[in-house]
Ligand binder design. Structure first.
Ligand SMILES: [Zn+2]
Length: 280
């Protein structure tokens, strides 16, 4: 489906809100399974598409204090078709290598971060899709397009040594976010770790995301006030799942503060608990 057709369908497809859950109506996919988005704490997210493809983003699970116990067992994620990594920090890389080995899923990531993964012996080049910001890939077939976009953050890979206090630091490439355009036109923007940046206006205007996952914790990323500004004025988001808060003490921002900062905006906040799936 080309972008103009998608835009027209989105324009014709009103969103239905019910009990805090959003059900956009997409003609042509009646009877297909809904898009399911499962947030698992911090940045970790699993998206299941209308044709059953499974995309996992930033699978920091086993050591994630917010991940429900069930998902500490990586097999509980079920089949995984693709893993997306936003940057090299430990609370995002998490269990990426183990999950890729368990499921056979390819890992799409910044090209330079991929070189670091290869040089550390973590993953072979054949199991990675190394690309870069503004690049689009279709590893799950023609119907799903994934585009890497900017993030205002940093990236490095820290590897702990055998002795306490020993560690090595490796290049992490530049951090990014992802625009994930699904088979039915439903578009997700997962922002990764980021501050507000002006090109969020381009992302909002060009991709018109139906769902945005935005960090709100502050300290390492946007706080609730900045996230509300981004959602309301730059991205013009329809619905936002707040992420990257409450996991560690410095990440103090809360969904309540985010909602308060949005004020009377039409942005719908989907304040889900880790492990609580939302369908669209
Ligand atoms: Zn980070």
């Amino acid at each position: 489906m080309d972008r103009l057709t998608k835009g027209l369908i989105k324009g014709l497809a009103p969103a239905v809100f019910s009990a805090g859950i959003l059900f956009p109506l997409f003609p042509g996919f009646a009877g297909a399974q809904p898009v399911e988005v499962l947030w698992l704490g911090q940045s970790a997210t699993r998206i299941t598409t209308v044709t059953g493809k499974v995309i996992v983003i930033d699978p920091f699970l086993k050591k994630n204090p917010k991940t429900p116990a069930k998902y500490k067992d990586l097999a509980a994620l079920g089949k995984v078709d693709l893993i997306l990594l936003t940057h090299g920090h430990g609370d995002h890389v998490g269990d990426t290598v183990a999950l890729a080995k368990l499921t056979g899923a390819k890992v799409a990531l910044n090209a330079d971060l991929g070189r670091t993964f290869a040089s550390l012996g973590w993953l072979g080049y054949k199991q990675m899709i190394r690309f870069n910001k503004s690049g689009s890939i279709k590893p799950l077939g023609e119907g799903i397009t994934i585009t890497m976009v900017s993030a205002e953050h940093s990236s490095e890979v820290r590897v702990k040594g055998p002795e306490k206090g020993q560690e090595t630091i490796h290049p992490g490439g530049e951090p990014g976010g992802y625009i994930i355009e699904l088979e039915n036109g439903f578009t997700v923007y997962h922002a990764g770790d980021t501050g507000v940046f002006g090109d969020m206006a381009f992302i909002g205007e060009y991709y018109k995301p139906d769902l945005t996952l935005l960090p709100i914790g502050g300290h390492f990323t946007m706080d609730p006030a900045h996230a509300a500004y981004a959602a309301k004025f730059l991205l013009k988001s329809k619905a936002v799942i707040p992420i990257h808060y409450g996991t560690f003490p410095p990440l103090k921002g809360t969904p309540a503060q985010f909602k308060a900062a949005l004020g009377s905006s039409s942005v719908k906040v989907l304040d889900v608990a880790p492990g609580q799936a939302v369908t669209f």
